[in-house]
Design a protein around this ligand. Structure first.
Ligand code: SF4
Length: 469
């Protein structure tokens, strides 16, 4: 049972006050000025006040069995995040850039390939291996037949005992809920649920081609899972949806507050929709400065809401109730034998050792790849540690470098002084936090950097080819 949250009788007035204080914060912090002026400039000298460096490579290396070879070159005893991707959905939301399919006719082949990949990697683990979170994501995993889900769970449990896995999470669309999934939860297979809501506004979801589910139905779905013994329930939301405004988000926070107050949810993710080249606006959608600023305002509103509620702001746009503790850390294994994440399926991002791997293929290509390469993913795209640490902030004009060998030298003393000054300013604006010697972006900072990149790409269509040191 999730503990109840504080009750607020004056919810409407409180929500309006939240929006007022959010808008005040935007003005007081000077972020509005940055959004309105500095990000709209075409002068490259103004682009370097903050950046995430190095940027994602446009054409990373690719080698079919690289990830498996790397995995086999070391002994692993723990996987923090173990992810299985199930790529099927009832319909494709307009904004979705995932490798999903609405055609389930070959899902049997996909599941066979997925199990093979799981076996290929996990069969090397020792008997005392542990995992932090076993996460079935998608796509819409809750669309799958329960017997298929059970088979996948059993495949994993053959290699990592069920009682050595800290958390087991199933991602779902509330519309796909069925009694047999609740029964799966009752049998102890699901301990955390992550439900995609994105918005409680019917017009917003309709404008984005997403299936709408009434708040009351979502409430019932959560309540049934609690009855079934699920320990944690999280909801996913988005900002930057087509036509979405801060007023829509006010409606969302009212519903979220009610659900939290009833003890039905204890975490919420608020994903900012991305408008980059690959994940860009959908046909007929216009994204201009006003849209970007409203997205920023919506996210800020969520942030203030959760701060008011006393929830923590975590990485990757996650907000959690004070009582939330998803993964049970294991004291049994050495950190050196821990893989950060291992992900299987046609859209999967893994990270272990020094490297990050990204697999993105259509389901059928994935199935072919698994068959051709003996259980390894079709193509692995390695990112080395330098690229994985792209959330490091760099100051100074250092754009245009994607090659690790081409990394610039350490900053000079003058650059360091400038960095300290800018860091202090950005910390005051809540855009960065110091973490030891590192300076890291807050959620808000990530949104701003994203705006910088979009504007930069618009201004300089081929920034990769330009050396701006
Ligand atoms: S339900 Fe999720 S994965 Fe499926 S199309 Fe919509 S956003 Fe994409």
């Amino acid at each position: 049972m999730i503990p109840q949250q504080t009750h607020r009788p004056d919810l409407d007035e409180w929500a309006r006050e939240l929006l007022r204080s959010t808008d005040d914060w935007i003005v007081d912090s000077g972020v509005e000025r940055l959004l309105a002026h500095e990000f709209a400039t075409t002068d490259p000298r103004k682009w370097h006040w903050v950046d995430v460096y190095p940027r994602w490579p446009k054409e990373p290396d690719s080698a079919p069995t690289r990830m498996l070879d790397d995995w086999r070159s070391q002994e692993w005893r723990r996987i923090e995040f173990l992810y299985l991707h199930l790529p099927y959905c009832a319909q494709r939301c307009h904004f979705c850039y995932y490798f999903i399919s609405t055609d389930t006719s070959r899902s049997g082949d996909y599941l066979t390939a997925l199990r093979k990949e799981v076996r290929t990697f996990l069969s090397r683990l020792p008997a005392d291996a542990t995992a932090g979170d076993l996460f079935f994501g998608g796509g819409t995993p809750s669309m799958m037949a329960v017997d298929d889900l059970r088979t996948l769970y059993d495949e994993v449990y053959e290699h990592i005992a069920q009682d050595r896995i800290g958390m087991v999470t199933l991602e779902l669309h509330p519309r796909t809920m069925r009694k047999d999934i609740h029964r799966l939860a009752e049998s102890g297979h699901i301990r955390r649920v992550s439900a995609g809501v994105q918005s409680f506004s019917r017009p917003v979801l309709e404008a984005n081609g997403r299936i709408y589910v009434e708040p009351d139905r979502i409430r019932k779905v959560c309540a049934r899972f609690i009855e079934a013994g699920v320990e944690h329930i999280g909801l996913d939301f988005m900002v930057g949806l087509h036509t979405q405004t801060a007023d829509d988000v006010l409606t969302d926070v009212r519903h979220i507050h009610a659900l939290a107050q009833e003890g039905l949810i204890d975490s919420v993710s608020v994903y900012p929709r991305s408008f980059t080249e690959i994940w860009g606006p959908f046909s007929g959608e216009v994204v201009d400065e006003r849209v970007l600023a409203e997205k920023f305002r919506c996210h800020l509103l969520y942030r203030h809401f959760f701060a008011e509620l006393g929830w923590r702001e975590g990485p990757m746009y996650l907000f959690t109730a004070p009582t939330f503790n998803a993964a049970v850390p294991s004291a049994l294994v050495a950190a050196t034998a821990t893989a950060q994440s291992l992900a299987f399926g046609n859209s999967a991002r893994s990270s272990f050792g020094d490297t990050q791997y990204l697999n993105r293929r259509d389901p059928d290509d994935y199935v072919r790849g698994i068959e051709e390469h003996g259980g390894a993913t079709w193509a692995d795209v390695p990112f080395t540690r330098a690229v994985r640490n792209r959330r490091h902030l760099h100051f100074g004009v250092k754009r245009g470098h994607f090659d690790e060998a081409d990394l610039p030298a350490e900053p000079t003393a003058a650059e360091r002084a400038q960095l300290d000054e800018v860091t202090e300013d950005l910390t005051r604006r809540e855009l960065v936090v110091r973490n030891g010697t590192r300076v890291e972006l807050t959620q808000l900072g990530m949104l701003l950097v994203e705006l910088v990149h979009q504007e930069y790409d618009r201004t300089f269509p081929e920034p990769d080819s330009v050396d701006r040191r």
